[in-house]
Design a protein around this ligand. Structure first.
Ligand code: 5AD
Ligand code: SF4
Length: 476
């Protein structure tokens, strides 16, 4: 049982899985300090907003929610409002907070999360406002607590930061340069999770394919010390008893190695799904995005993946309306989506980000053109998705059960190998187990089925893939 001697906390997370994982660390730290979670910010003694700056709408939502918090904060002088995450790494955001939201108690960034307990206690004990932002990531701090959302699946960071500088993207500026965690730390964490009952781990990094290429924390290079690259790390993790599924997010196409494709064949715990953001189907747009691959190279990579792993599920991110994108270039994107036959895709309207090279590009696409293209792309993606889901009917899928549906407690929901939601009838006791489910109906956004057999203790090698989204906001 949790002790909630100090009060209740509420954490709202915007953006990607990196942020979700950071929020789990913050929840772990608050739990260690004697606080317990609550589901309503109005009742919380501590509210943390963990922000995202990848697109402008997340910025706007953040300021909207912060505005709502003002009245609670004014009513309760003992409440603490803290804000953190990527937005805090931008000076113009800090300036706005200071000018318009001076009542916010604590502001910290992506590089000093480990300082949170100390900063927070200083705020509480001294009742003073603290703004503490670090410019760049120094040493990776290991051994921080974490309170995971689920008992049976968990995120594991393997690297931080990004060196790619895609011209539209703010991440290299807010998350700093690439740093890889040492392999032994990652393996140890995965073993610890397995001992605590976790069956599925998702390895996180902005570009997991360059794991170990960047310097490991502690200052040695893979090349110098022959440490594992990303594929090597997968082989190590595949050996851990108790871990039954391994996923990863996200891969940059330019760094996807043959060794990684080989790992899909060799590692039976590796889910047959890859999220491979393409961003655009036009070589010219890709060049101006600084993606460093062509349309043809991407298609070639996809065909190599499909040849090596015939049932692999492919998902992607696509940006519509990048500056200068012509109708013909947009149609190249539609064409590429049809050729790849994505299982699902995250589609984004291009959003100007302060400080990125594309901010300065003159030929911005008009909003109504962007929206019209966006709708056309979504229609194409949904059409492909519906066909692929239909094709899953009759298959038996291994589903890691997440629990009963909120609206109907007799319906269980879980994820198949391809990370696609599968719904079926069953007792809540199946939560956390991997169950064989026969798919009876493939809808556009989910699969429906019935239990096909007893819960299976073994990993899902050879399971047929359905379609596959994750959550908005991954990077590669
Ligand atoms: N505008 C729109 N989408 C963006 N992304 C990143 N930056 C921007 C931007 N400025 C998308 C990319 C990336 C995903 C996480 O967010 O598709 O892969
Ligand atoms: Fe890095 Fe991905 Fe952003 Fe490109 S889109 S800069 S690879 S985080």
């Amino acid at each position: 049982m949790e002790s909630t001697t100090q009060g209740k906390f509420y954490i709202q997370t915007f953006g990607c899985q990196m942020n979700e994982r950071d929020s789990e660390t913050l929840a772990g730290m608050l739990t260690d300090l004697g606080y317990g979670p609550c589901g309503d910010k109005a009742e919380a003694d501590v509210v943390i907003l963990n922000t995202c700056s990848v697109r402008e709408n997340a910025d706007k939502r953040f300021f909207g929610i912060l505005g709502q918090l003002k009245k609670y904060r004014e009513e309760r002088s003992d409440m603490v409002v803290a804000v953190c995450g990527c937005m805090m790494q931008q000076q113009h955001v800090i300036d706005t907070l200071k000018a318009k939201y001076p009542w916010v108690d604590l502001v910290f960034g992506t590089h000093n999360i480990h300082q949170f307990p100390q900063l927070f206690q200083n705020v509480v004990q001294e009742r003073r406002k603290i703004v503490e932002i670090w410019e760049d990531g120094g040493a990776i701090v290991e051994g921080l607590p974490a309170k995971h959302l689920y008992d049976f699946k968990a995120f594991v960071n393997i690297m931080y930061g990004c060196n790619n500088f895609c011209t539209y993207c703010i991440v290299p500026y807010t998350r700093g340069r690439e740093r890889s965690r040492r392999p032994e730390e990652i393996v140890e964490e995965a073993k610890r999770l397995a001992r605590s009952g976790v069956k599925e781990i998702t390895l996180l990094g902005q570009n997991v394919n360059s794991y170990g290429v960047s310097r490991y924390e502690g200052g040695y290079c893979a090349a110098d010390e022959k440490g594992p690259d990303f594929a090597g790390l997968l082989y190590l993790l595949n050996e851990i008893e108790g871990i039954e599924r391994i996923r990863f997010m996200t891969s940059h196409p330019k760094d996807l190695s043959d060794r990684l494709i080989g790992a899909f064949a060799d590692c039976e715990k590796l889910c047959r799904h890859i999220h491979l953001p393409v961003q655009s189907g036009s070589t010219e747009v890709l060049r101006r995005m600084n993606r460093r691959y062509t349309r043809e190279q991407y298609l070639e990579l996809v065909s190599r993946l499909k040849d090596a792993v015939p049932d692999i599920a492919l998902t992607t991110d696509i940006i519509v309306g990048f500056p200068g994108e012509t109708e013909a270039q947009f149609e190249d994107t539609l064409d590429l989506a049809r050729k790849v036959e994505y299982d699902s895709a995250f589609t984004f309207l291009y959003s100007v980000r302060k400080g990125t090279p594309a901010e300065k590009y003159g030929d911005q696409v008009p909003e109504e053109v962007k929206h019209q293209r966006f709708n056309r792309l979504v229609d194409v993606i949904h059409g492909i998705q519906a066909v692929k889901n239909k094709a899953c009917e009759g298959r038996i899928e291994k589903v890691l059960v997440e629990g009963p549906s909120k609206t109907d407690p007799r319906t269980l929901g879980g994820r198949n190998d391809a990370n696609k939601t599968v719904n079926f009838s069953g007792p809540r006791e199946l939560t956390g187990q991997i169950v064989d489910v026969r798919i009876t109906e493939g809808k556009t956004f989910s699969l429906w089925g019935e239990v096909a057999g007893r819960p299976s203790p073994c990993p899902q090698k050879g399971s047929k893939s359905g379609p596959a989204p994750g959550k908005e906001g991954e990077h590669e």
